[in-house]
Design a protein around this ligand. Structure first.
Ligand code: ADP
Ligand code: MG
Length: 588
């Protein structure tokens, strides 16, 4: 079964290897351009397809890379290899500055700002004397490796495609590592990402810089192949073409970069051959043809070519790691009976509405506390205050010995508070295992480089073991290799619980974990929560199923209209007349 899923890759590599022996110079040149574009498109795949950040400025980064090396080698006679260093440094630097300024913008502002930036850089290139204004720079030398010059077509071909293969491998490794999973998680939104102790903004910045540097690499190759640069190829239109390549190829897939670059380059070439036979306005018609293609893709084949092919291939089998050392535990500093969570006068207002109004209570170590109340009582808002997702207008929240009222959600999560959401927040296109592995982020260390060159395998195996263990606890181990999106809602909730547990938390916060669960699944959850309590974990849960709550929890806090209505052991709450009136009604 393994070979079948690898067949397309094998064929592609074989084709690329034998191409120079089959094709003439024209085709090899064309393939060189495809390879060069593929680097920049690869950046967009990571940024847009995987990270969910649309950029219309990718060609501008290609331009910076190209101009950096052109200026250094053609004007100052330097080595192309130092030019490469310069290209990467400059694109990385510009991306960092630009990203820091714009990546906090939400909604459509980010894509819009990349358009502005893409246009601006074009005029900048065209107006600087030192880089030849609109006429550009010529006399760029070929790349040399020792005595070997890459001035020839075929030599450049081997270099470009060899390098591309290597860089794609690094990117694949990265996406399959701790940091890469965090990048893949970005589309889950800030609340999900930060609840896993991941810095949302920095992760966005990292992928933006990575994409910029891949474009810089593309620009470096472009300058030394073309031996001449001018501003035109780095305008906004080529940026849109790069984005189109990513879309056509399959923006979520690394292979999509090559497939998309090839498809669009060949199509463009064909149009340039064919259109002049019919009309004098071929250049304009080409633009129209691409516009139509863009719309058709967005309407009909949003996922792109690679996912269409991948659908017919068997999914790679999950390799279960053997005996590996377990991930380090967080060490539970909690003595049973000690306060783990203290809420003092917490208040959260939305305009005139006090969603949480002066609520105080304590949760002790090893306790399961049920938070109940009618819809709109403020339960979820209170959980958001505890986890830092929302900030209170008044009051204090203490976790163990620290005040966490003003901390970012990621920092609270890092202290050992894990949570699930009332509206499930998972990555449907990631496997159950990968979703659960996201939970281990705070317990693992590997960085970008370690992930890319696979120095993280030991830790990764331990993390996988941990994730599988948690999946087993919620009864989902057999489905570890399936996509989370294929699960029914009830099981998605259980998956969120597994992800929360993978963080080895001190305190687990569950917002309606049993909603949508079938009775067997409820039993699994109930048994699991009991086991966790016996292990010393502290749990706060919101739940509407009274039987579930009453049989499970040690204590209950009742909320109504934002205020705390009552607090006590289940039997006392059941007997409380005010609670019956406000909430339990006929149930009791
Ligand atoms: P519960 O979880 O108990 O059903 P919530 O905490 O979700 O209640 O909501 C409490 C109240 O606060 C509701 O009236 C809800 O409409 C309001 N609310 C919650 N979140 C927001 C928000 N982000 N903006 C404005 N109002 C909100
Ligand atoms: Mg709620």
């Amino acid at each position: 079964m393994g070979w079948k899923s690898r067949l397309p890759l094998g064929l592609a590599i074989a084709f690329i290897v034998v191409a120079p022996a089959i094709f003439g110079s024209f085709t090899i040149t064309l393939m060189n351009y495809i390879g060069i574009y593929a680097f920049a498109v690869l950046g967009l795949v990571l940024l847009t397809g995987v990270g969910g950040l649309t950029s219309f400025g990718q060609a501008a980064f290609v331009g910076i890379g190209a101009y950096a090396t052109a200026w250094y080698t053609a004007v100052h006679g330097g080595s192309p290899w130092i030019g490469l260093l310069l290209a990467l440094l400059l694109t990385g630097l510009v991306a960092t500055i630009l990203g820091a300024a714009t990546l906090r913008l939400g909604g459509h502002f980010l894509p819009l700002s990349t358009i502005a930036w893409g246009v601006a850089i074009f005029f900048l290139f065209g107006n600087i004397d030192a880089i030849g204004r609109y006429s550009g720079l010529s006399g760029i030398p070929a790349i040399t490796i020792g005595p070997l010059s890459l001035g020839g077509n075929t030599a450049m071909y081997c270099f470009i495609w060899g390098l591309l293969g290597f860089v794609m491998l690094l990117c694949r490794n990265l996406l399959d590592s701790r940091k890469g999973r965090a990048i893949r998680g970005l589309r889950g939104g800030i609340a999900m990402v930060e609840s896993l102790a991941i810095d949302f903004f920095r992760m966005r910045l990292a992928v933006f810089v990575l994409a910029g540097m891949l474009a810089g690499l593309s620009g470096w190759l472009y300058a030394h192949m073309q031996r001449y640069v001018s501003p035109a190829p780095f305008d906004i239109r080529p940026s849109i073409e790069l984005l189109l390549m990513a879309l056509v190829g399959g923006a979520g897939h690394i292979a999509g970069a090559v497939v998309g670059a090839a498809a669009i380059t060949l199509l463009k070439n064909a149009l340039q051959d064919v259109l002049p036979l019919f009309t004098r306005y071929s250049a304009q018609l080409e633009v129209v043809a691409f516009g139509v293609l863009f719309v058709v893709i967005l309407q009909k084949a949003r996922a792109g070519i690679v996912p269409m092919i991948a659908r017919y291939l068997p999914r790679p089998r999950l390799v279960v790691p053997g005996q590996v050392p377990p991930l380090a535990r967080r060490g539970r500093p909690v003595v049973s009976g000690q306060a783990v969570l203290t809420i003092q006068g917490a208040t959260k207002r939305f305009g005139a509405l006090a969603a949480v109004n002066d609520v105080s209570f304590e949760v002790k170590g090893g306790e399961v506390l049920g938070l109940i109340g009618p819809n709109g009582a403020g339960k979820s808002t209170l959980l958001n205050l505890i986890t830092g997702t929302a900030k209170p207008n008044a009051g204090r929240i203490m976790f163990l010995d620290d005040e966490v009222t003003k901390l970012a959600p990621r920092d609270i999560a890092g202290k050992g508070v894990a949570r699930t959401f009332q509206h499930v927040k998972l990555r449907p296109n990631m496997t159950l295992l990968d979703n659960t592995l996201l939970g281990t982020y705070s317990r693992t260390r590997s960085g970008f480089l370690a992930g890319a060159i696979r120095l993280d395998r030991e830790e990764e195996k331990s993390a996988q073991c941990e994730a599988l263990q948690q999946l087993k606890r919620v009864g989902l181990a057999e489905k570890a290799g399936e996509l989370a999106g294929s699960l029914p809602l009830g099981q998605q909730r259980l998956l969120e619980v597994a992800r929360a547990l993978a963080a080895d938390p001190v305190l687990v916060i569950l917002d309606e974990p049993a909603a949508g669960l079938r009775s067997l699944e409820k039993q699994i959850l109930s048994r699991l929560l009991r086991t966790l309590r016996n292990e010393g974990m502290t749990i706060v849960l919101v739940e509407h199923d009274m039987e579930f709550v009453m049989n499970l929890v040690d204590r209950i806090v009742v909320m109504d209209f934002g205020s705390k209505l009552a607090e006590g052991v289940p039997a006392a709450i059941r007997a409380e007349p005010r609670v019956q009136e406000a909430y339990l009604g006929g149930v009791a």
